[in-house]
Design a protein around this ligand. Structure first.
Ligand SMILES: NC(=O)c1ccc[n+]([C@@H]2O[C@H](COP(=O)([O-])OP(=O)(O)OC[C@H]3O[C@@H](n4cnc5c(N)ncnc54)[C@H](OP(=O)(O)O)[C@@H]3O)[C@@H](O)[C@H]2O)c1
Length: 264
């Protein structure tokens, strides 16, 4: 199934539900938005700076005959912008009962840093964008999910959550936090019909990974038993699994998606 092939099974039908995909202007989020649109979800395509790319994703969904999709801008490091994002999505598409916390930044922040203020600034920005925004947007969406006695929450975490990173602890900690956040939500919200899970990709072919992959492609691929880095569509399919009727009993899990490069 490619990103825009309509589902042929009711097990992949998202029944016109509203899904908020953060960071859907490019990379994993864009592939996910396209796939979910093709599976009959009403997609809220969030972006930070890349409006034109977000609008292309919406146009692709419309061209493929998907239900209504719309684009929403917000800086996810900012509390008020997250509140506005949630309000705008509800007003335009309805309450999002499906959430994909995908937007993220990867910033190196080594402990060799001598400027503690610069270290703290990178640390705080990473936690705010990657982790705090997932908790905050979930908090805002939960009342409607509880009223519906249905909700599906997916964190796009990372292999870094478990492997640890020598020069990007702020990133690894934010991703471990997302895995833990899904587990906390799984236990707290499971009794109300809401599930929360994480996917944990290794290298994925997107703008985020391209500089490293370009610099040491052979080394990176050599560590992956499947011999290639992931495509954004590999991740989108795993996210669809958790959102779809295929996975009603998955709750609090973390799915490794790294081609076998890091097994634990
Ligand atoms: N690529 C990998 O190898 C890899 C591996 C494991 C996990 N991941 C995770 O997968 C997720 C998606 O990554 P990707 O590779 O698809 O990255 P990407 O191509 O760099 O896309 C990042 C997305 O996040 C949005 N974003 C970033 N900072 C934002 C902010 N402050 N406010 C609002 N939006 C913001 C961007 O929006 P705009 O462009 O519109 O500003 C963009 O849509 C991330 O959470 C990343 O940590 C990636």
């Amino acid at each position: 199934m490619d990103a825009m092939t309509p589902p042929t099974s009711p097990l992949l039908d998202l029944e016109g539900r509203v899904v908020l995909v953060t960071g859907a202007s490019r990379g994993i989020g864009a592939a996910t938005a396209r796939l979910l649109g093709s599976c009959n979800a009403r997609v809220a395509i969030h972006f930070g700076k890349s409006r034109a790319q977000a609008e292309e994703v919406a146009a692709d969904i419309a061209r493929a005959g998907g239900p209504k999709a719309a684009v929403f801008q917000a800086e996810l490091g900012d509390d008020d912008e997250r509140r506005r994002l949630h309000r705008d999505v509800v007003a335009t598409l309805g309450d999002p009962l499906l959430l994909v916390h995908n937007a993220g930044i990867y910033v190196r922040n080594p402990f060799e840093e001598t400027d503690d203020a610069a270290f703290l600034s990178r640390w705080r920005t990473t936690q705010a964008v990657n982790l705090e925004s997932a908790a905050h947007l979930t908090l805002l969406a939960l009342p409607a999910m509880r009223a519906a006695r249905f909700g599906r929450i997916v964190m796009v975490a990372s292999r870094a959550a478990f492997r640890a990173e020598t020069d990007a602890a702020s990133y690894a900690v934010s991703k471990a936090g997302m895995v833990s956040l899904a587990r906390c939500l799984a236990r707290n919200e499971g009794p109300r019909g809401i599930t929360a899970n994480s996917i944990c990709p290794g290298w994925v072919d997107t703008a985020m990974a391209r500089p490293d992959v370009a610099a040491r492609k052979a080394e990176i691929e050599g560590e992956i038993p499947l011999g290639r880095i992931a495509t954004p569509e590999d991740c989108a399919r795993a996210i669809l699994f958790y959102l779809s009727p295929l996975a009603p009993y998955a709750n609090g899990t973390a799915l490794g998606l790294n081609g076998g490069s890091f097994l634990h």
